[in-house]
Unconditional design. Sequence first.
Length: 186
Amino acid sequence: MGACHKAPVRTVTGPPPTPPPMPVSPPPPVPLPSTWPELPLPPSVLSAPPEPLLPKNYRDGETSFQTGKYADAIRSYEKYLLEDPVTQYRDVAMFKLGLANTLACASAECRARSLEKSQEQFKRLVSLFPKSPYSTEARFILSLQNDIEKMKTDAKSREEKIKKLTDELERLKKIDLERQTSRTKK
């Protein structure tokens, strides 16, 4: 080009424009063999996974509880709580110990003692593990036990009132009968 026909000079500000991204094609599929080779596995892999390593007394308590042998469950859970003071299953053991105490006895005398033990266990669970889901259940059971005791007290009070009223009614009948016999004699 001649001197008077110079190409205009362009000034560019900023970075040069980026070209559009090139489409990426997926890699070609890898052909899979029609049969996989047999790999020898150690016997431990083929067997059932081992039961979590739970303390023996806890396992015994669980087995006894699940089979309805509550006295055995109580002994096992108590041993567990004494022998393993800081393990992750204490709240569960305390809860089930409380339940086992509630369910263990048939006689009224035994039930009363067991109910006290149960309540003590649930209260202990609530105080030591307030955020445990078992603590929530223990609070609910304690409230039910409290309601039952209140109803028993109310029923006993009503029975005493009924007895007093019945005795008073009998006394009044006797007085009335005496008056009627004295009127007929006159």
